[in-house]
Write a protein that binds this ligand. Structure first.
Ligand code: KG4
Ligand code: ZN
Length: 342
């Protein structure tokens, strides 16, 4: 490590992953440790907030130690500590925020609160060293669906958002309905490869007064109605066809809105972020659509799409460079909006 390097220790506990990472100068990941609780929550069919918080408490010190060790650094080498402070599950966020405050105080290093979605967007900077704003970014996770213009580091213009369910939420609910269980997104992605995306026509929802907003609850209801009507008629359901047809309906809408934004804003760079951005069908469709429009396509590797702390380290670096620091009154903000500070 050079003396002038900015080394960020990052912590992420907003949902069901206890994660810590060491990131150098915003784009170089020295370590990225993720302790997933998926197996614990699977038996309940989704994340149980109380269990998530308790598990974070058990794991957090171990995960942070491991991140420092595998990066070959100690707290003395760390320039600042960045932590997700919202949005997310309040009890889960509090574990990371408290741990980061304690380390900041004990080691005498600055504390930086990072917006979780800003982290997801910043995951793109890690493997795409040449990517600089402005660009359009589609953020699709379990709790959020946003189409944004990344105007500069930390500066966003939100073009559209979901009016009801987030894209990931729709994947999880449909997966449960067709008996795939939790976590739904990756399971639908896998099963859909065996199915016919044209087998069943599900609606491509339009929001009347906005070309960029999304709505997925109608699609979810259409799948449930289809399943009910098959059951009543005694027709067996082909899980793979339902998965593929549902996935295609989500992907079509996401691609259409994204390309509309690219065209309208005249930007020639487009990126994706969030857990659903690891979906293979969505990635393929966006690669194709961007190529047709002569737009450069950027995406994090699947492991950097789902929750991790390396992305928080990347976002934290740009906040650090802008002089953003938080005090020990930093709190968890479960409903923090993108672009908002608390
Ligand atoms: O970003 P993320 O890890 O957590 C949140 O901030 O919400 O996103 C989790 C969401 C879940 O809904 C999960 O089902 C979905 O991302 N997901 C996927 C895939 N992998 C994860 N959805 C579709 N296809 C995937 N391969
Ligand atoms: Zn996330």
């Amino acid at each position: 490590m050079e003396k002038e390097d900015v080394i960020i220790l990052a912590v992420e506990t907003s949902c069901d992953e206890t994660a810590a990472a060491v990131v150098k100068n915003g784009r170089e990941v020295c370590s990225n440790i993720i302790s997933s609780q998926i197996a614990l929550h699977t038996i309940y069919g989704g994340v149980v907030p109380e269990i998530a918080s308790r598990k974070h408490i058990e794991k957090i010190n171990q995960v942070i130690d491991e991140a420092l060790k595998s990066a070959g650094v100690t707290l003395k080498d760390i320039t600042a500590i960045a932590v997700t402070y919202g949005p997310g599950l309040v009890g889960a966020l509090l574990v990371g925020v408290s741990a980061a405050k304690a380390i900041s105080l004990a080691a005498g290093i600055p504390l930086i609160g990072v917006h979780h979605i800003e982290g997801h967007i910043s995951a793109n900077f890690i493997e795409n060293k040449e990517l600089e704003p402005p660009f359009i970014c589609l953020v699709v996770s379990g709790g959020h669906s946003h189409l944004v213009v990344v105007k500069n580091y930390g500066k966003y213009e939100i073009l559209g958002r979901t009016r009801d369910d987030a894209a990931g939420e729709a994947f999880d609910k449909v997966a449960r309905a067709i008996g795939l269980g939790y976590p739904g997104g990756p399971k639908i992605d896998k099963v859909a490869k065996e199915g016919n995306p044209e087998a069943i026509h599900f609606p491509r929802a339009k929001v009347v007064d906005s070309v960029y907003d999304f709505s997925f609850s109608g699609l979810k209801s259409a799948v449930l109605n289809y399943l009910n009507s098959c059951e009543m008629k005694g027709i067996p359901i082909c899980q793979a066809d339902v998965a593929a047809s549902f996935q295609k309906a989500v992907v079509d809408v996401l691609v259409e809105h994204s390309m509309h934004a690219v065209q309208e804003y005249g930007l020639n760079k487009f990126a994706i972020a969030g857990g659903v951005a690891s979906n293979s069908c969505l990635r393929e469709a966006l690669v194709r659509a961007c190529a047709e429009k002569g737009v450069e396509f950027f995406s994090p590797s699947p492991i950097l799409c789902t929750d991790n702390a390396a992305m928080i380290g990347a976002a934290g670096y740009y906040e650090y460079c802008q002089g953003i620091r938080h005090g020990y009154d930093l709190n968890a903000h479960p409903n923090l909006r993108l672009g908002e500070r608390a």
